[in-house]
Design a protein around this ligand. Structure first.
Ligand SMILES: *Cc1c(COP(=O)(O)O)cnc(C)c1O
Length: 401
């Protein structure tokens, strides 16, 4: 797949649309997108065919509903095509399910895992609760100054988990350097690539073994489906697939179809999320009430130079830190916003605002800030409306602070 000459935007349109999934045998032509193939039971012509199916690979073959139908295979193939160097993709009912299964595929009791300190909080919970109970130790490391060799001194490391930019605080990691270090030491690299997607950061081309997406966010793009994906290289795909099968993980054909529909417009959506978020972030940076804007494309963000070197774009999610004030002042800002919803998740077409408290989710590093922080997802609205809304919000904050 690595020598595929097509540009990413072309792949987004064409990927996964195999003729055998969009046409009918013996008839010329076909439809544009693979339809929703709903199934539990698959019927066989006779016992011999049933036995044969059970004894051979079920990958992308009709076998039983849990192993999927062409609707999900098409989406999985499309995600694989978007990630040069990938062997295959498995789909999961949520991003967290994808993270959990990827970790279970590579780790066994007695192993040690390096986990980035700025990881998505439910990823941390899986480590501190599930992995710990399986006898797997998690060691948290600084996203910006990882000092990885020091951890080798205490014993072998099985895997390292990256997330860049980090959740809530958006530190950018040196993925190529960390991946090269891991490879040299026989350590598996897993990365949560939800923020950039393979469109703006092809993780495997930067040395990652296993790339994870919360498809719930930008792949689906419309805030109406939960889904996750794990894309792996040739060394790891077999293990990931086997683990997913053992846990009975799958997605519904209807959800796969909606996610595939979202994928086709990822390019235009991300470009508008990127431009809108940059306009809002640059405006916020100049406001006296704002101490810092945490956005990888702004020069002040930790790791900005790495972002510029490695990423081909920024997306719609970033945070800002208020200059003083308390919970009530922050709530006064957020509560009156007209164009921002208040809620978890992100990646849909709509803007969201969320109070965030990164200090609660850090153990290897300390989060010190001038005041409370707010995470924004910039949707596809006109940024001028969003900026006017935030200006009124900052006035409410000033009055309350
Ligand atoms: C939302 C999110 C997830 C989890 O995805 P769900 O589909 O909500 O389970 C994982 N990683 C990151 C960075 C996220 O933002």
């Amino acid at each position: 797949m690595s020598d595929d000459p097509r540009k990413p935007l072309t792949k987004l349109v064409q990927a996964g649309r195999k003729p055998e999934w969009t046409g009918m045998p013996g008839q010329p032509g076909g439809i544009v997108s693979p339809p929703v193939w709903r199934a539990s039971t698959i019927l066989y012509d006779d016992v011999a065919h049933l036995r044969k199916a059970a004894g051979s690979s079920t990958h992308e073959r009709l076998f039983y509903g849990r192993k999927g139908t062409p609707t999900a295979w098409s989406l999985a193939d499309a995600l694989t095509e978007m990630e040069p160097g990938a062997e295959g993709t498995m789909l999961f009912p949520s991003g967290v399910a994808a993270i959990a299964c990827a970790l279970m595929a590579v780790l066994k009791p007695g192993d040690r895992l390096l986990m980035v300190d700025s990881a998505y909080d439910p990823t941390r919970s899986f480590c501190t609760q599930m992995l710990k109970s399986h006898g797997i130790e998690t060691i948290y490391y600084d996203p910006v100054a990882p000092a990885l060799d020091a951890h080798l001194a205490d014993g072998p490391i099985r895997a390292i988990f990256l997330e860049s930019p980090g959740s809530l605080t958006f530190e950018v990691q040196d993925i190529p350097a960390i991946s090269a270090w891991a490879r040299a030491n026989g350590i598996v690299t897993l990365m949560d690539n939800t923020w950039a997607t393979p469109l703006y950061f092809p993780a495997m081309a930067h040395g990652v073994d296993i790339a994870i997406l919360a498809c719930t966010k930008y792949i689906v793009g419309h805030s109406d489906v939960m889904m996750g994906s794990v894309t792996a290289n040739a060394q790891w795909f077999g293990k990931v697939r086997q683990t997913a099968y053992l846990f009975g993980q799958m997605v519904s054909p209807d959800d796969a179809w909606l996610a595939a529909r979202g994928l086709r417009t990822l390019g235009v959506r991300l470009a508008q999320h990127r431009d809108g978020a940059l306009a809002v972030a640059r405006w916020l940076k100049d406001q006296p009430e704002v101490a810092r804007v945490l956005h990888p494309a702004l020069p002040d963000c930790p790791g900005h130079d790495l972002w510029r070197r490695d990423f081909s774009g920024s997306t719609g999610l970033f945070s800002f830190v208020l200059d003083g004030g308390d919970e009530a002042a922050r709530a006064a800002l957020i509560d009156g916003l007209a164009h921002f919803g208040i809620g978890y998740s992100w990646g849909g077409f709509e803007s969201l605002a969320l109070p965030v408290d990164p200090a609660r989710y850090r153990t290897a590093t300390r989060w010190a800030a001038e005041g409370p922080a707010v995470r924004l997802h910039i949707g596809l609205e006109d940024p001028a409306d969003l900026i006017a809304d935030l200006a009124a919000g900052l006035a409410r904050y000033r009055a309350a602070a």
